[in-house]
Ligand binder design. Structure first.
Ligand code: PEP
Ligand code: MG
Length: 583
C-alpha cells in the first residue's frame, strides 16, 4: 500500500463481511440488490387512521404488477415460446381475481394487517387450496399464485423488478448481485446478464447455486448471513472470492491493494494457460484422465478451451429448469447432439435428469416431506416413465454423432439399475423399429452418491460400465449435513475419514473389476485436495472447465505411488489426513 494514498473519511468506514468463497478471483464493482422472492414478510397492525391508505397501497401495487405483466407480454421477442405469453396472461388474471384482491383488502380493513401481511396470508391460503386440488392443471396453478404474489410483494417493497434496471454506464458494467439466496433456476437466468460477482446470505459451497456460479466463472461468496441487510444498492464492493471476504465501501488504500491482488491473480491465470496442452501425468508416470462438468451445451466450448479430454458430467436437468414446459425429444436431441459434435469424438457423459431437492421444475407443486431424501433423480425418472423415455430416446439419437455415455444419478438399489437398463433397451428397440439411427453399445454408468451404494458397491461395479463418485451428495448423506445449509456448512467435511474410506473402497473395487471410476463432485476441482485424491488411487477427474488447469498443475507435481502409501496408512487408522503433510 502507498502511505501517501488518502484514507477514507471517518463517515464511511469500510465494512468487512465473511462467507464461503466458491469461485476464486477478485472483483471490484457496485452492488445490485436482488429482491427477496419470499412470502415471509413483516407483520404489523396499521392504525385505524391508516387503513384506507394501506388498502390503496395494496391496490396500487397490484395495478403496477398487472401493468408490468402487460408490458412484458407486449415486449416478448417473436421467438419466445408460445406458452410464455399464455403464462403472463394467466398471472395477470390471477392478480385481478377477487378471491385474492378482495380477501386481502378485507384482512386490512377487518384485522388491520399491513398490506404485505394481508397479501401473503391470503396468497398462502390459495396456494394451499390449489396444491390440494385433484386436477393436475389446477394443482400446478399454486406455483403461479406464489409467483404473482411475490411480484406484488416486490412492488410493495419498492423494488418492482426482480433485479433493478441497470445503468450500464455505471461501474464499468461491474455489477455485483447481492441476494438472500439465488435458486439454481434464477442463477441460470442471471447467466445472460453482465454480472461480475454474486453474494448470498444463504447457501453452501456445493449447493447447486454455487455450482452454477462456478460454471459462470465469476467470483462468488455464499453463506454470508446478512449481506443483503448490510449492503445498499450502488455500494462499492470488493469481492475476494479466493478467501470469502467482501469489503463494503473500501477506502482508496484498500482499493489499491486489491487492484494489485487482482492483477497478480490475472497474471497467474495467464501463466496457467500454458498447461492446456501439457499431459496430465504424475511425476512417477501415472496418466490421469481430466474431463469437464457442464450444465448447458454452450459450455462444451469452455471445456475444449481448457483442454478437457471429454465431458465427465453434463447435468441435463438445467435444460429442464426455469421454463414453464418440458423440452421435447427433438429439443433435447439438438442440445445433446450439439455437445457430442462439439467434443469431436471425445466421450460425453450425459446424466439423466436429476430433478428434485433444490433443483425443481417450474410449475411442479409437489411438496416433498424431505426433498433431499424424496423423489429425486432416478427415482423421479422411474416414477415418470414417459418423461424418462423421451430423454433416453433423445440421448440415444445423439449418440450417433460421437461418443455418448449415459450416467444414472442417485442410485441406491440394484433394481433401479436394472429398471433403467430395461428403459434404455426399450428406447433403443423403439428407435430400431422406427429406423432411427443410434450408436450400439453405449456405456451406462452410475453416480456413486448414496452411501448404501458405496458400501455395497461390488454388484453395481459388475453390472455397470463405469462409476462416477458424486462427492457433493455422498458427503451430504454420509454426514447428514444439508449441502446448501450455511448453518451447518462448517460440518460439511470432505476430509472426514468415513467419506474418504467410501471413496477409497469404490476406487479399489472399480480397479479390481476393471471399471473406470471417476470423481465428478466439487472435490475433483479443488486443487487443495488433488494429492489426497491421487493418494486414494483416483485416475479420472471431472470438474468445471476453469478448474482444470489448477488441478493439472498439482497432478504434474505429485508422486502418485508415494501418496497412495501415505493415504492408505492414515485411512487404515481412520485418521484425519493432514493435507499439508502429503508429499
Ligand atoms: C454430486 O452429488 O457430487 C454431483 C456431482 O451431482 P450434483 O452436484 O449435481 O448433485
Ligand atoms: Mg449429486
Amino acid at each position: 500500500m502507498n502511505p501517501a494514498e488518502p484514507t477514507a473519511p471517518p463517515s464511511a468506514p469500510t465494512l468487512c463481511l465473511h462467507g464461503q468463497g466458491i469461485v476464486r478471483g477478485y472483483t471490484i464493482g457496485r452492488a445490485v440488490i436482488m429482491s427477496a422472492a419470499s412470502l415471509e414478510v413483516a407483520h404489523y397492525h396499521v392504525g385505524p387512521a391508516d387503513i384506507e391508505a394501506e388498502g390503496l397501497r395494496l391496490r396500487h401495487a397490484i395495478d403496477t404488477a398487472v401493468a408490468e405483466l402487460r408490458q412484458m407480454a407486449g415486449a416478448l421477442p417473436p421467438d419466445a415460446p408460445r406458452e410464455l405469453a399464455a403464462l403472463l396472461s394467466v398471472h395477470g388474471l390471477l392478480l385481478e381475481d377477487p378471491m385474492l384482491v378482495q380477501s386481502a383488502c378485507e384482512l386490512i380493513t377487518e384485522r388491520h394487517y399491513n398490506a404485505e401481511w394481508a397479501l401473503a396470508t391470503q396468497g398462502q391460503l390459495l396456494v394451499e387450496q390449489f396444491s390440494m386440488m385433484e386436477d393436475a392443471y389446477l394443482r400446478e396453478r399454486s406455483a403461479d399464485i406464489r409467483q404473482v404474489i411475490e411480484r406484488v410483494l416486490r412492488v410493495l417493497s419498492g423494488s418492482s423488478a426482480w433485479l433493478p434496471a441497470l445503468d450500464t454506464a455505471q461501474a464499468d458494467g461491474n455489477f455485483i448481485v447481492v441476494a438472500r439466496d439465488i435458486s439454481p433456476a434464477d442463477m441460470m437466468r442471471l447467466r445472460s446478464g453482465k454480472f461480475a460477482a454474486f453474494l448470498t446470505d444463504l447457501g453452501g459451497a456445493t449447493s447447486h447455486t454455487a455450482i452454477v456460479a462456478r460454471s459462470l466463472n465469476v467470483p462468488a461468496v455464499v453463506g454470508m448471513g446478512h449481506v443483503r441487510a448490510l449492503v445498499r444498492d450502488g455500494d462499492q464492493l470488493i469481492v475476494d472470492g479466493t478467501n470469502g471476504v467482501v469489503l463494503v465501501n473500501p477506502s482508496e488504500r484498500i482499493l489499491l491493494e486489491y487492484r494489485e491482488r487482482q492483477a497478480a491473480f490475472q497474471r497467474e491465470r495467464a501463466e496457467l494457460k500454458r498447461l492446456r496442452h501439457a499431459p496430465a501425468v504424475t511425476l512417477d508416470g501415472i496418466q490421469i484422465r481430466m474431463e469437464a462438468n457442464i450444465e448447458l451445451p454452450d459450455e462444451a466450448a469452455d471445456a475444449l478451451a481448457a483442454g478437457a479430454e471429454g465431458i465427465g458430467l453434463f447435468r441435463s436437468e438445467f435444460l429442464f429448469m426455469g421454463r414453464p414446459d418440458l423440452p421435447d425429444e427433438d429439443e433435447q436431441y439438438e442440445a445433446y447432439a450439439s455437445v457430442v459434435s462439439a467434443m469431436g469424438g471425445r466421450p460425453v457423459t450425459i446424466r439423466t435428469l436429476d430433478i428434485g431437492a433444490d433443483k425443481t421444475l417450474d410449475g411442479d407443486a409437489t411438496v416433498a416431506t424431505n426433498p433431499a431424501l424424496g423423489l429425486r433423480a432416478i427415482r423421479y425418472c422411474l416414477a415418470n416413465p414417459d418423461m424418462f423415455h423421451t430423454q433416453l430416446r433423445a440421448l440415444l439419437r445423439a449418440s450417433r454423432h460421437g461418443c455418448v455415455r449415459i450416467l444414472l444419478p442417485m442410485i441406491s438399489h440394484m433394481h433401479e439399475v436394472r429398471a433403467a437398463q430395461r428403459a434404455i433397451e426399450r428406447a433403443a428397440e423403439q428407435l430400431r423399429d422406427e429406423g432411427i439411427p443410434y450408436a450400439e453399445g453405449i456405456q451406462v454408468g452410475a453416480m456413486v452418491e448414496i452411501p448404501a451404494m458405496a458400501i455395497a458397491i461390488e454388484p453395481f461395479a459388475e453390472a455397470l460400465d463405469f462409476l462416477s463418485i458424486g462427492t457433493n451428495d455422498l458427503i451430504q448423506y454420509v454426514l447428514a449435513i444439508d449441502r446448501g445449509d450455511k448453518d451447518v456448512a462448517a460440518l460439511y467435511d470432505p476430509m472426514h475419514p468415513a467419506v474418504l474410506r467410501l471413496i477409497a473402497h469404490t476406487i479399489n473395487v472399480g480397479e479390481r473389476v476393471g471399471k473406470l471410476v471417476s470423481v465428478c463432485g466439487e472435490m475433483a476441482g479443488d486443487a487443495r485436495v488433488t494429492r489426497m485424491l491421487l493418494g486414494l488411487g483416483l485416475t479420472a477427474f471431472s470438474m468445471h472447465p476453469q478448474q482444470l488447469l489448477d488441478v493439472k498443475k498439482e497432478i504434474r507435481l505429485a508422486h502418485s505411488n508415494a501418496l497412495r502409501v501415505q493415504v492408505a496408512s492414515a485411512l487404515n487408522r481412520a485418521e484425519r489426513i493432514d493435507l499439508a503433510a502429503l508429499s
